[in-house]
Design a protein around this ligand. Sequence first.
Ligand code: SF4
Length: 417
Amino acid sequence: MYVCVAQVTLHDCLACSGCITSAETVLLQQQSGDEFLSRLADPHTTVVVTVSPQSRTALAAYYGLCPSQALARLVGWLKWLGVRAVWDLTTARDLVLLEEAAEFMNRWVCMYVSAGPLPVMGSSCPGTGWVCYAEKTHGTRVLPYLSTTRSPQGAMGGLVKSLVAAAWGVTPGSLYHVTIMPCYDKKLEASRDELTTTATTTTAAGTDAAGAGAAVGGPLPEVMVRHATAAPDPLLPGVVPADDQLYSLPHGSSSGGYADFVFRTAARELWGVEVPPGPLPWRTRRNADLQPRVGAPGQSLVVARVYGFRNIQTLLQQLKRGRCPYHYVEVMACPSGCLNGGGQIKPGPGVTPQQLIEQLELLYDVAARSPADNPAVAALYGSWLGGRPGAPPARQLLHTTFREREKTVTAATVTNW
Ligand code: SF4
């Protein structure tokens, strides 16, 4: 194997203001493994955990298991440690996709009535890297275009600290909600004021600590030997039914399939066009993957996927010059999406990063199902979320806001560095 030292120069700096500041370092320390163990030992705290599909897929690949086996072993270990409930993030992801499609269609219809802001830029990393960049570097020139739909982690935090806390008869603050995610940026998202839940006089974070999947990879061999497996919990036992197996999306991307789902839903709902099942014919361009248009003459829908910071910068320049040709954009900070997140387990000996990505994509492609067919989603909309995507209760729990933030690193700072 050829090993060399990577050279990183100022030319690689995006001046994105995403560097970790001292204040953010304190926040990260509050989400450490030691803090997790101390909360488990606290008799006044109930610890609950949510596992992302990308993290369980990475664990499965590394240890030669199928994703459901990897999740069952992880759940068994967490329960042995004293965690009260362990959930899979899929239901939150499904809710987010339905909200995302509803938000896009609402803005599309408004475009011809009141010039609503298009394109909609949707992502499973709202609150993480690229949104931090947009808030600090581009502010109000870009923020109105961001989808207000929360990320799956943000949505799950709202559900746990409101619905689960109420069902268990505890305060949101007494629940310590930990997520196992594909990137470290999720820790910063967890600390956002915009993702808190207020009950009576107290306000609590939706997610108290976000851990990278790589951090739990080490103990897993011991877990496999010593502890019984267990199934993930239903969100609300007896009320919101459990999934009987893990599901992915029909042909969606590993980052959630936002563009795919919005394109199919909008084509069906707005123009009565049923997009055939099977992978969409994405065309790879220099800075984006493009989807062939659908719609009526003069009103055809253009959907794109833009991954990686260099391509995101190009997109934002197009937007600010009024030359963005898309109506909906799935924006992801990582070049290959969430399966390639910085918190994923690194490739094992003799495995290249590209081989690992291909292996993860194969494993991620478990049985597919539309988000609307998730029985837990139907139960949640029926009893708590106002009956339909975009209803006021759904907007309260599943949407967020963004705001311009002070820059900690300026272009001048970088130039003078
Ligand atoms: S694209 Fe990367 S930064 Fe964004 S949520 Fe996924 S893993 Fe995290």
